[in-house]
Design a protein around this ligand. Sequence first.
Ligand code: NAP
Length: 284
Amino acid sequence: MSADVAPVHVLILGGTTEARRLAEALAGAGVGSAPDARPADSPVPAPSAVPSAAPSAAPEAIRYRVTTSLAGRVAAPVLPPGETRIGGFGGPSGLAAWITTHRVTHLVDATHPFAERMSFNASEAAALSGIPLLALRRPGWTPEPGDDWTFVDSLEEAAGRLPGLGTRAFLTTGRMGLHTFAGLTDTWFLVRSVDPPAPPVPPRLEVLLARGPFTLDDERELLARHRIDVLVTKDSGGSATAPKLTAAREAGIPVVVVRRPPVPAGVAETGSVEAVRTWLRTSR
Ligand code: NAP
Protein backbone atom coordinates (compact mmCIF):
# COMPACT_ATOMS: atom_id res chain seq x y z
CA MET A 1 0.00 0.00 0.00
CA SER A 2 1.26 3.48 -0.78
CA ALA A 3 2.28 5.47 2.30
CA ASP A 4 0.06 8.45 1.47
CA VAL A 5 -3.28 6.71 1.22
CA ALA A 6 -5.54 5.93 4.17
CA PRO A 7 -7.33 2.58 4.23
CA VAL A 8 -11.06 2.67 4.68
CA HIS A 9 -11.49 1.79 8.35
CA VAL A 10 -15.12 1.29 9.27
CA LEU A 11 -16.10 1.27 12.93
CA ILE A 12 -19.43 -0.49 13.40
CA LEU A 13 -21.17 0.15 16.69
CA GLY A 14 -22.80 -3.22 17.01
CA GLY A 15 -24.71 -5.65 19.17
CA THR A 16 -27.37 -6.34 16.54
CA THR A 17 -28.10 -8.64 13.62
CA GLU A 18 -27.73 -5.69 11.24
CA ALA A 19 -24.24 -4.93 12.57
CA ARG A 20 -23.23 -8.55 12.07
CA ARG A 21 -24.66 -8.61 8.53
CA LEU A 22 -22.74 -5.47 7.66
CA ALA A 23 -19.49 -6.88 9.08
CA GLU A 24 -20.05 -10.05 7.07
CA ALA A 25 -20.78 -8.11 3.90
CA LEU A 26 -17.67 -5.96 4.29
CA ALA A 27 -15.50 -8.92 5.28
CA GLY A 28 -16.66 -10.59 2.09
CA ALA A 29 -15.39 -7.55 0.20
CA GLY A 30 -11.87 -8.55 1.25
CA VAL A 31 -8.93 -7.02 3.08
CA GLY A 32 -5.67 -5.48 2.02
CA SER A 33 -4.70 -2.41 0.07
CA ALA A 34 -7.22 0.21 -0.94
CA PRO A 35 -6.39 1.18 -4.52
CA ASP A 36 -8.87 4.04 -4.69
CA ALA A 37 -8.66 5.14 -1.06
CA ARG A 38 -8.62 8.88 -0.44
CA PRO A 39 -5.31 10.56 0.45
CA ALA A 40 -4.69 10.49 4.18
CA ASP A 41 -4.89 14.26 4.51
CA SER A 42 -7.89 14.88 2.26
CA PRO A 43 -11.06 16.19 3.96
CA VAL A 44 -13.81 13.76 4.78
CA PRO A 45 -17.23 14.77 3.46
CA ALA A 46 -19.84 15.73 6.03
CA PRO A 47 -22.74 13.38 6.66
CA SER A 48 -25.26 13.77 3.90
CA ALA A 49 -28.27 12.09 2.40
CA VAL A 50 -27.92 8.34 2.02
CA PRO A 51 -27.32 7.39 -1.61
CA SER A 52 -29.66 4.89 -3.17
CA ALA A 53 -28.72 1.26 -2.66
CA ALA A 54 -28.85 0.32 -6.34
CA PRO A 55 -26.53 -2.67 -6.56
CA SER A 56 -23.59 -2.18 -8.87
CA ALA A 57 -22.48 -4.81 -11.33
CA ALA A 58 -18.90 -3.55 -10.94
CA PRO A 59 -16.65 -5.51 -8.57
CA GLU A 60 -16.04 -3.97 -5.14
CA ALA A 61 -13.02 -1.68 -5.60
CA ILE A 62 -12.57 -0.77 -1.96
CA ARG A 63 -11.03 -3.10 0.55
CA TYR A 64 -12.05 -2.49 4.09
CA ARG A 65 -10.65 -2.70 7.55
CA VAL A 66 -13.67 -3.39 9.74
CA THR A 67 -13.91 -3.12 13.51
CA THR A 68 -17.10 -3.99 15.35
CA SER A 69 -17.58 -2.56 18.82
CA LEU A 70 -19.71 -4.41 21.36
CA ALA A 71 -20.88 -3.01 24.68
CA GLY A 72 -20.02 -6.20 26.56
CA ARG A 73 -23.51 -6.78 27.95
CA VAL A 74 -23.73 -10.41 26.79
CA ALA A 75 -21.45 -12.88 28.58
CA ALA A 76 -20.58 -14.96 25.50
CA PRO A 77 -21.30 -12.85 22.42
CA VAL A 78 -21.25 -14.34 18.94
CA LEU A 79 -18.39 -12.40 17.39
CA PRO A 80 -18.69 -11.05 13.83
CA PRO A 81 -15.93 -11.34 11.24
CA GLY A 82 -13.24 -8.67 11.19
CA GLU A 83 -11.75 -7.05 14.26
CA THR A 84 -13.74 -6.64 17.45
CA ARG A 85 -13.41 -4.56 20.58
CA ILE A 86 -15.58 -4.86 23.68
CA GLY A 87 -16.64 -2.32 26.31
CA GLY A 88 -17.61 1.34 26.54
CA PHE A 89 -15.43 4.11 25.16
CA GLY A 90 -16.04 6.58 27.98
CA GLY A 91 -18.64 8.83 26.40
CA PRO A 92 -18.49 10.87 23.17
CA SER A 93 -14.99 12.23 23.81
CA GLY A 94 -13.67 8.72 24.49
CA LEU A 95 -15.22 7.46 21.27
CA ALA A 96 -13.80 10.43 19.35
CA ALA A 97 -10.35 9.69 20.78
CA TRP A 98 -10.63 6.03 19.77
CA ILE A 99 -11.65 7.08 16.27
CA THR A 100 -8.62 9.34 15.95
CA THR A 101 -6.13 6.89 17.47
CA HIS A 102 -7.28 4.02 15.26
CA ARG A 103 -7.64 6.15 12.12
CA VAL A 104 -11.30 5.31 11.67
CA THR A 105 -12.63 6.88 8.46
CA HIS A 106 -16.33 5.94 8.68
CA LEU A 107 -18.65 5.38 11.61
CA VAL A 108 -21.76 3.21 11.32
CA ASP A 109 -24.17 3.25 14.24
CA ALA A 110 -25.74 -0.17 13.93
CA THR A 111 -26.72 -0.40 17.59
CA HIS A 112 -30.17 -1.52 18.61
CA PRO A 113 -32.86 1.13 17.92
CA PHE A 114 -33.27 1.47 21.71
CA ALA A 115 -29.57 2.03 22.45
CA GLU A 116 -30.30 5.75 22.66
CA ARG A 117 -27.25 6.81 24.66
CA MET A 118 -24.81 5.17 22.26
CA SER A 119 -26.52 6.73 19.25
CA PHE A 120 -26.19 10.14 20.86
CA ASN A 121 -22.51 9.44 21.62
CA ALA A 122 -21.94 8.39 18.02
CA SER A 123 -23.43 11.61 16.71
CA GLU A 124 -21.31 13.73 19.05
CA ALA A 125 -18.12 11.76 18.37
CA ALA A 126 -18.53 11.92 14.59
CA ALA A 127 -18.86 15.69 14.84
CA LEU A 128 -15.85 15.94 17.16
CA SER A 129 -13.61 13.80 14.96
CA GLY A 130 -14.92 15.03 11.60
CA ILE A 131 -15.79 11.66 10.09
CA PRO A 132 -19.05 10.71 8.38
CA LEU A 133 -21.70 8.80 10.34
CA LEU A 134 -24.58 6.70 9.11
CA ALA A 135 -27.20 4.98 11.25
CA LEU A 136 -28.17 1.47 10.17
CA ARG A 137 -31.60 0.69 11.61
CA ARG A 138 -33.95 -2.15 10.83
CA PRO A 139 -37.43 -0.85 9.98
CA GLY A 140 -40.01 -0.80 12.77
CA TRP A 141 -43.12 -2.97 12.92
CA THR A 142 -46.61 -1.91 11.89
CA PRO A 143 -49.83 -3.58 13.03
CA GLU A 144 -51.79 -5.77 10.66
CA PRO A 145 -55.53 -6.45 10.54
CA GLY A 146 -56.47 -8.44 13.64
CA ASP A 147 -53.73 -6.97 15.81
CA ASP A 148 -54.63 -5.43 19.17
CA TRP A 149 -51.62 -3.19 19.82
CA THR A 150 -51.23 -0.46 22.42
CA PHE A 151 -48.35 1.90 21.64
CA VAL A 152 -46.50 3.49 24.57
CA ASP A 153 -43.49 5.77 24.79
CA SER A 154 -41.56 4.07 27.58
CA LEU A 155 -41.23 0.95 29.69
CA GLU A 156 -42.72 2.95 32.57
CA GLU A 157 -45.83 3.62 30.50
CA ALA A 158 -45.96 -0.07 29.51
CA ALA A 159 -45.88 -1.04 33.19
CA GLY A 160 -48.71 1.41 33.86
CA ARG A 161 -50.91 -0.02 31.09
CA LEU A 162 -50.22 -3.69 31.74
CA PRO A 163 -52.64 -4.41 34.63
CA GLY A 164 -55.57 -3.28 32.48
CA LEU A 165 -54.63 -5.64 29.65
CA GLY A 166 -53.77 -9.00 31.20
CA THR A 167 -52.47 -10.97 34.17
CA ARG A 168 -49.92 -13.32 32.54
CA ALA A 169 -47.42 -11.26 30.59
CA PHE A 170 -44.71 -12.36 28.20
CA LEU A 171 -42.09 -9.65 28.57
CA THR A 172 -39.66 -9.47 25.64
CA THR A 173 -38.19 -6.05 26.35
CA GLY A 174 -34.87 -7.40 27.61
CA ARG A 175 -33.52 -7.99 31.08
CA MET A 176 -32.07 -4.49 31.56
CA GLY A 177 -35.38 -2.69 32.10
CA LEU A 178 -36.97 -5.38 34.23
CA HIS A 179 -36.86 -3.28 37.39
CA THR A 180 -39.54 -1.09 35.79
CA PHE A 181 -42.06 -3.91 36.27
CA ALA A 182 -40.90 -4.88 39.78
CA GLY A 183 -43.84 -3.13 41.46
CA LEU A 184 -46.47 -5.17 39.60
CA THR A 185 -47.26 -7.77 42.26
CA ASP A 186 -50.47 -9.08 40.67
CA THR A 187 -49.02 -9.84 37.24
CA TRP A 188 -47.19 -13.09 36.47
CA PHE A 189 -44.27 -12.57 34.09
CA LEU A 190 -42.43 -14.75 31.63
CA VAL A 191 -39.14 -13.10 30.67
CA ARG A 192 -36.91 -14.32 27.89
CA SER A 193 -33.31 -13.14 27.79
CA VAL A 194 -29.84 -14.33 26.82
CA ASP A 195 -28.35 -13.78 30.29
CA PRO A 196 -30.11 -13.93 33.67
CA PRO A 197 -31.65 -10.66 34.92
CA ALA A 198 -30.41 -8.96 38.08
CA PRO A 199 -32.72 -7.69 40.84
CA PRO A 200 -34.95 -5.84 41.34
CA VAL A 201 -37.34 -7.97 39.30
CA PRO A 202 -41.10 -8.62 39.50
CA PRO A 203 -41.96 -11.01 42.36
CA ARG A 204 -43.95 -13.43 40.16
CA LEU A 205 -41.44 -14.24 37.46
CA GLU A 206 -40.19 -17.11 35.35
CA VAL A 207 -37.01 -16.55 33.36
CA LEU A 208 -36.38 -18.38 30.12
CA LEU A 209 -32.74 -18.18 29.04
CA ALA A 210 -32.67 -18.40 25.27
CA ARG A 211 -31.09 -16.72 22.27
CA GLY A 212 -33.18 -16.14 19.12
CA PRO A 213 -34.17 -16.40 16.40
CA PHE A 214 -37.41 -18.14 17.40
CA THR A 215 -39.83 -19.80 15.02
CA LEU A 216 -43.58 -19.26 14.84
CA ASP A 217 -44.09 -22.75 16.26
CA ASP A 218 -41.76 -21.89 19.17
CA GLU A 219 -43.79 -18.79 19.96
CA ARG A 220 -47.19 -20.47 19.58
CA GLU A 221 -46.10 -23.23 21.94
CA LEU A 222 -44.68 -20.75 24.48
CA LEU A 223 -47.82 -18.61 24.58
CA ALA A 224 -50.06 -21.66 25.00
CA ARG A 225 -47.87 -23.46 27.56
CA HIS A 226 -47.64 -20.43 29.84
CA ARG A 227 -51.24 -19.26 29.22
CA ILE A 228 -49.93 -15.83 28.22
CA ASP A 229 -52.66 -13.20 27.88
CA VAL A 230 -50.57 -10.11 27.07
CA LEU A 231 -47.27 -9.57 25.24
CA VAL A 232 -44.91 -6.64 25.86
CA THR A 233 -42.31 -5.76 23.24
CA LYS A 234 -40.14 -2.91 22.10
CA ASP A 235 -40.58 -1.89 18.47
CA SER A 236 -37.28 -3.53 17.69
CA GLY A 237 -38.33 -4.25 14.13
CA GLY A 238 -36.55 -6.50 11.68
CA SER A 239 -38.43 -8.64 9.25
CA ALA A 240 -41.91 -7.46 8.21
CA THR A 241 -43.28 -9.05 11.34
CA ALA A 242 -41.92 -11.19 14.14
CA PRO A 243 -43.09 -14.70 14.98
CA LYS A 244 -44.08 -13.57 18.49
CA LEU A 245 -46.35 -10.89 16.96
CA THR A 246 -47.91 -13.37 14.56
CA ALA A 247 -48.45 -15.84 17.39
CA ALA A 248 -50.09 -13.10 19.50
CA ARG A 249 -52.39 -12.15 16.61
CA GLU A 250 -53.40 -15.78 16.08
CA ALA A 251 -54.16 -16.20 19.78
CA GLY A 252 -56.02 -12.88 20.01
CA ILE A 253 -53.56 -11.62 22.64
CA PRO A 254 -53.08 -7.85 23.10
CA VAL A 255 -49.59 -6.44 22.59
CA VAL A 256 -48.00 -3.45 24.30
CA VAL A 257 -45.47 -1.92 21.88
CA VAL A 258 -42.85 0.51 23.15
CA ARG A 259 -42.10 3.10 20.46
CA ARG A 260 -38.44 3.54 19.46
CA PRO A 261 -36.61 6.80 20.12
CA PRO A 262 -35.68 8.88 17.04
CA VAL A 263 -32.10 8.91 15.71
CA PRO A 264 -30.23 12.06 16.77
CA ALA A 265 -30.98 15.18 14.72
CA GLY A 266 -28.96 15.49 11.54
CA VAL A 267 -27.90 11.83 11.39
CA ALA A 268 -28.73 10.06 8.13
CA GLU A 269 -30.40 6.68 8.47
CA THR A 270 -30.85 3.62 6.31
CA GLY A 271 -32.35 0.18 6.78
CA SER A 272 -30.18 -1.57 4.23
CA VAL A 273 -26.69 -3.05 4.40
CA GLU A 274 -26.33 -2.48 0.67
CA ALA A 275 -27.07 1.22 1.15
CA VAL A 276 -24.27 1.38 3.72
CA ARG A 277 -21.87 -0.11 1.17
CA THR A 278 -22.96 2.48 -1.37
CA TRP A 279 -22.46 5.20 1.24
CA LEU A 280 -18.96 3.88 2.02
CA ARG A 281 -18.07 4.03 -1.67
CA THR A 282 -19.33 7.57 -2.08
CA SER A 283 -18.54 9.23 1.29
CA ARG A 284 -14.79 9.50 0.79
P1 NAP B 1 -27.01 2.53 25.61
O1 NAP B 1 -27.84 2.69 26.82
O2 NAP B 1 -27.35 3.35 24.43
O3 NAP B 1 -25.47 2.80 25.93
C1 NAP B 1 -24.96 2.87 27.26
C2 NAP B 1 -23.47 2.83 27.19
O4 NAP B 1 -23.01 1.54 26.80
C3 NAP B 1 -22.89 3.79 26.17
O5 NAP B 1 -22.80 5.09 26.68
C4 NAP B 1 -21.55 3.14 25.89
O6 NAP B 1 -20.62 3.40 26.93
C5 NAP B 1 -21.87 1.67 25.97
N1 NAP B 1 -22.18 1.07 24.67
C6 NAP B 1 -23.39 0.87 24.10
N2 NAP B 1 -23.28 0.27 22.93
C7 NAP B 1 -21.97 0.09 22.73
C8 NAP B 1 -21.21 -0.49 21.68
N3 NAP B 1 -21.79 -1.04 20.60
N4 NAP B 1 -19.86 -0.50 21.81
C9 NAP B 1 -19.26 0.05 22.90
N5 NAP B 1 -19.91 0.60 23.92
C10 NAP B 1 -21.25 0.62 23.83
O7 NAP B 1 -26.95 1.01 25.17
P2 NAP B 1 -27.84 -0.24 25.67
O8 NAP B 1 -29.26 0.01 25.36
O9 NAP B 1 -27.43 -0.58 27.06
O10 NAP B 1 -27.33 -1.35 24.65
C11 NAP B 1 -26.02 -1.88 24.80
C12 NAP B 1 -25.71 -2.75 23.62
O11 NAP B 1 -26.68 -3.80 23.51
C13 NAP B 1 -25.71 -2.00 22.31
O12 NAP B 1 -24.56 -2.37 21.60
C14 NAP B 1 -26.97 -2.44 21.60
O13 NAP B 1 -26.81 -2.51 20.19
C15 NAP B 1 -27.22 -3.80 22.20
N6 NAP B 1 -28.64 -4.12 22.33
C16 NAP B 1 -29.48 -3.26 22.98
C17 NAP B 1 -30.83 -3.56 23.07
C18 NAP B 1 -31.79 -2.60 23.73
O14 NAP B 1 -32.99 -2.92 23.78
N7 NAP B 1 -31.35 -1.44 24.23
C19 NAP B 1 -31.31 -4.75 22.52
C20 NAP B 1 -30.43 -5.61 21.88
C21 NAP B 1 -29.10 -5.29 21.79
P3 NAP B 1 -19.54 4.60 26.81
O15 NAP B 1 -20.33 5.86 26.98
O16 NAP B 1 -18.61 4.32 27.94
O17 NAP B 1 -18.91 4.49 25.48
